[in-house]
Design a protein around this ligand. Structure first.
Ligand code: GLN
Length: 477
């Protein structure tokens, strides 16, 4: 069965031909049937969701319009603040903590009529690429329960792939929306830095973090970004200018669009993934785009620079979890001992590793050599991309070098895990948008995603290319 798209659900609910309550029950029934296997959620908000759906139906009955996402069931990554509802970041550290406010993206979804069904599992504090770093146990890939869904937004990707929610939100610091989208066979978008407000998103690396959607179709992602995007007075890094509607942008085909192939892209994609990328170039050429060769020499330094910059910011951001202000406290002889005992008990291994990496990179005597140098590399990467975008409107790469991998196959080797994001990380460092579009299957019949990259605020062109790939795959619209 092809699931209804968010656009179809909202249209039906607004017209009164579909009840938000019935749509919700269909999704709750799928959760009942498969959530114990998949474990996409840290919390299913059944009662709140039923109340919200009933309110939407009542509004329609009263002749009011609940908005462009009327009755659309949405899942939220559990690092987005929800007022009075536990927000855990899949960490023991936030045990018992309930945020006193909603994230801006959460408020905008609700204001557009969406129905929040639950908070989804993630790698602890969004650090990881498999969701195996959750303190509450991993999420499983709905396509093959012996494999990871990707990460860190693995729960959000799996929730959409399994039909538990029509759409979901994730966060992407180095690939955490795009990589799980690729591994779960759904669309995932990391917008331009500042496109979506980060207010109420628990910070990992503030200069890289962005919220974005997971959906079944490109148009649903366009709709979600049209709803959650835009300036927010509560996030000084959100972009003030109004952005053009992405739903309008995809009405235009790709005739004349210049699609770049990065000739010096780091090697390492599996042959099945590389084959799908070639097929994507062919599909765009057949749809009227021009393929051009470009170089992005600093692309290959992205991973190294990221593993200095992101941990440095994380070590600073995570200093706030001190046993005093949030969640867990482990009592000890004096205050310092209490800080230490709390942080050892509350943070998992990967989070502790990042804090140590970042603290080291920022420490006196090493700051210039590590953090300072990484910032210079970051500048080079952005400059190289900007030069490439003089010749191309969008670039195409694999999203992930591999299809979904079995549990445990990378968890003992942090570097192998970090390499999952070799193609996604450079765009976060540049602040540029990128998205993953499902483009067929590879080994074992598992989903493969193709990544489309664009320059700052290049979302309209990026979405046009995405829509063309989707049409080439025969996804109905
Ligand atoms: N996998 C990368 C990391 O572990 C990216 C995570 C993310 O985008 N949140 O840092």
């Amino acid at each position: 069965m092809t699931p209804r798209t968010a656009i179809q659900i909202a249209a039906g609910v607004r017209a009164g031909t579909l009840k938000a309550a019935d749509v919700l029950e269909e999704h709750l029934a799928r959760i009942d049937a498969r959530e114990s296997d998949v474990h996409a959620f840290n919390l299913v908000m059944t009662d709140q969701a039923r109340a919200a759906a009933a309110a939407i139906d009542a509004a329609v009955a009263a002749g009011n319009d609940p908005g462009p996402l009327a009755g659309v069931p949405v899942a939220l990554k559990d690092n987005m603040c929800t007022h009075g509802i536990p927000t855990t970041c899949s960490s023991k550290m936030l045990q018992g903590w309930k945020p006193p406010y909603d994230a801006t993206a959460v408020i905008r979804l609700a204001a557009a009529g969406a129905v929040a069904v639950g908070k989804t599992n993630l790698d602890e504090f969004a650090m990881g690429s498999s969701t195996e770093n959750s303190a509450f146990g991993p999420t499983r890939n709905p396509h093959d329960l012996s494999r990871v869904p990707g990460g860190s937004s693995g729960g959000s990707a799996a929730a959409v792939a399994a039909g538990f929610a029509s759409v979901s939100l994730g966060s992407d610091t180095g690939g955490s929306i795009r990589q799980p989208a690729a591994l779960c066979g759904v669309v995932g978008v990391k917008p331009t830095y500042g496109y979506v407000s980060r207010y109420g998103l628990v910070a990992f690396a503030s200069s890289l973090d962005q919220i974005g959607p997971f959906t079944h179709t490109v148009e649903d992602s366009a709709l979600l970004l049209d709803v959650i995007g835009g300036h927010d007075i509560l996030d000084s890094t959100s972009i003030p200018a109004r952005q053009p509607s992405l739903r309008d942008a995809i009405k235009q085909d790709v005739t004349g669009l210049r699609v770049g192939r990065i000739t010096d892209l780091p090697e390492g994609a599996d042959p099945d993934v590389a084959e799908r990328l070639e097929a994507a170039f062919d599909a765009l050429r057949a749809a009227g785009a021009t393929i051009v060769d470009v170089q992005v020499p600093a692309f290959s330094y992205g991973l190294t620079a990221y593993y200095l910059i992101a941990p440095a910011e994380a070590s600073s951001n995570l200093a706030r979890y001190d046993g005093v202000r949030y969640g867990l406290r482990v009592n000890a002889a004096d205050t310092n001992a209490m800080y230490g005992a709390t942080r050892v008990a509350g943070f998992g291994e990967e989070v502790q590793r990042r804090i140590m990496l970042g603290t080291y990179a920022l420490s006196a005597g090493y700051y210039d050599a590590y953090y300072g140098k990484a910032l210079k590399v970051r500048r080079l990467i952005a400059d190289d991309f900007d030069r490439a975008y003089q010749h191309a409107d969008v670039l195409l790469t694999p999203t992930s070098p591999t299809v979904a991998f079995p549990f445990g196959s990378k968890s003992d080797n942090p570097f192998a895990m970090y390499l999952c994001d070799v193609y996604t990380i450079p765009t976060n460092l540049a602040g540029h948008p990128a998205m993953s579009v499902p483009f067929g299957t590879g080994a074992e019949g598992l989903p493969v995603g193709v990544q489309i990259l664009a320059g700052t605020l290049g979302e309209p062109q990026m979405f046009r290319a995405a829509a063309a790939l989707e049409r080439a795959m025969g996804v109905s619209k």
